[in-house]
Write a protein that binds this ligand. Structure first.
Ligand SMILES: Nc1ncnc2c1ncn2[C@@H]1O[C@H](COP(=O)(O)OP(=O)(O)OP(=O)(O)O)[C@@H](O)[C@H]1O
Length: 261
């Protein structure tokens, strides 16, 4: 597989008045085209910071990110992002359809093609009938489906997701996890998924990357050799799932100040 994303020697130090905080040190990570990678680590270890650097939203202090072979210096085309705070990422005064269509307006597409992509994305997330609704008329889980539809309508090569399901109830969360797994296969995207939830990381991904607080480099990179077809009850109750979650937990707990839930 060819590598789509190359993170090389990334370090980030935040400087605020007299205080400096070194958040990331010497992070090297390569993600292949089509891979699903989960990123976990204790609270404050810099997961969101790393995602923002990869997205071109924040400059690194040292190191380089390459996406599709090109250095990332600003948000690159072909990259989509879904954050936790979906409520704030949707425009309340625009309909669901208009929200999903918005990023497509920057692309050189005919109106008919744009409409086709929006309809396909809304169907894919199970909201084919909700195009005329406004976000505030929808439940939290449905709003997050809109945010996901908006990202996939754009057909990104790489989708970055930052704790996208931490604000929804357990049942909705399970449904959204399965939705993302289906979309990943359907669109052939590469996904980097940040989560606090180790079981979620193992359930969804092909590889779990552990970042440590105050640790130089990636702490662990654990392949998830579960069958490709996963199912909430069967997969999570398998012996191999249990072994993998224990391995990831052990790595996360090795880091000081662990605050994992
Ligand atoms: N703009 C900023 N200025 C100064 N410090 C910052 C800034 N943004 C983040 N930090 C600090 O950097 C550290 C890492 O934050 P970040 O949000 O990347 O971690 P995280 O692993 O995603 O945390 P969580 O799991 O709690 O979301 C934290 O200590 C945070 O307080």
């Amino acid at each position: 597989m060819t590598s789509l994303l190359e993170i090389a020697g990334i370090g980030k130090t935040y400087r605020a008045r007299e205080r400096t905080v070194e958040v990331l040190t010497a992070i090297d990570l390569t993600v292949s085209e089509g891979e699903f990678v989960a990123l976990v680590g204790p609270s404050g270890c810099g997961k969101t910071t790393l995602l923002k650097i990869v997205a071109g939203l924040l400059p690194a202090t040292v190191g380089q990110v390459r996406f599709g072979g090109r250095p990332v210096t600003e948000p690159p085309p072909g990259l989509g992002v879904v954050f936790q705070e979906y409520g704030r990422s949707l425009y309340a005064w625009k309909t669901v359809r208009q929200n999903v269509e918005l990023p497509l307006r920057h692309l050189d597409l005919s109106r008919a093609r744009r409409r086709e992509l929006v309809a396909d994305a809304l169907d894919a997330v199970g909201l084919g009938a909700a195009g005329d609704a406004y976000p505030w008329q929808l439940s939290g889980g449905m709003q997050q489906r809109v945010a996901i539809a908006r990202a996939v309508a754009y057909r990104p090569r790489l989708l970055l997701m930052d704790e996208p399901f931490s604000a929804v109830d357990a049942q909705t969360r399970a449904d959204l996890e399965d939705l993302v797994a289906t979309l990943w296969k359907r669109y052939g995207m590469t996904i980097v998924f940040v989560t606090h939830d180790i079981d979620e990381a193992v359930y969804l991904s092909q590889r779990v990357v552990v970042l440590g607080a105050g640790v130089s480099g990636v702490q662990a990179d654990i392949p998830v050799d579960l069958p490709a077809d996963r199912e909430q009850i069967g997969t999570r109750s398998s012996a191999r799932f249990g072994e993998l979650r224990t391995r990831v937990w052990t790595q996360v707990r090795r880091t000081p100040e662990s605050e994992m839930v």
